[in-house]
Design a protein around this ligand. Structure first.
Ligand code: COA
Length: 153
């Protein structure tokens, strides 16, 4: 319902998440957020990341802070999992800026491409306005080339 043009009947976009937060009201499922645990490399350093994927809320209940509540819960899980940063890729940064995420730009990235559940090799690209991170201890995201060591979250 929430991703009519991209999910094509799947319950996930690129890959199954490790965990899903399910937002229910009166036993009806009204939102979800996928969590993907990963280490990535930035320059010569390796960081523990919690990737946020597949966030959505049913249309009739949007604009009532449900997505923000799920992002808060994800932040708690990130702390418990000792993640250095939460990471996500956006079309529109507004919701995430309101929830403490910062754009990293420009970002020089490499990742493992998956399209239509097929592997397509490694892609390297400079990105602007797409990569956002949040840190619970206000640490700055380091400069350097970013190797996602997996698919694009
Ligand atoms: C994006 C989405 C999850 C927001 O859910 P929500 O429960 O309405 O979010 P919240 O109430 O916590 O925050 C709403 C704020 O986020 C921002 N926002 C609204 N739609 C947005 C969007 N598509 N992308 C980014 N930010 C958005 C606005 O600033 C909004 O403030 P407003 O309510 O004053 O207009 C929901 O619109 C949705 O499911 N969209 C379709 C799926 C999708 O695009 N998911 C994001 C994948 S990156």
């Amino acid at each position: 319902m929430c991703f009519p043009d991209t999910f094509e009947g799947r319950t996930y976009f690129k890959q199954l998440p490790h965990i899903r937060l399910l937002h229910r009201e009166n036993s009806e499922l009204v939102g979800q957020l996928g969590l993907d645990f990963r280490v990535i490399r930035v320059g010569d350093e390796v960081f523990r990341m919690l990737g946020i994927i597949d966030l959505c809320v049913v249309p009739k209940l949007r604009h009532q802070q449900r997505a923000s509540a799920m992002l808060d819960k994800a932040a708690t899980i990130a702390q418990q999992a000792r993640a250095d940063f939460q990471i996500l890729f956006v079309d529109n940064p507004v919701l995430y800026e309101k929830n403490g995420y910062k754009l990293i730009e420009p970002a020089q990235l490499s990742w493992f491409a998956i399209e239509d559940r097929k592997s397509h090799g490694i892609i390297g690209r400079k990105m602007e306005g797409l990569l956002m991170v949040r840190s619970e201890d206000n640490r700055s995201f380091p400069a350097g080339k970013i190797d996602l060591l997996g698919y694009l979250f």
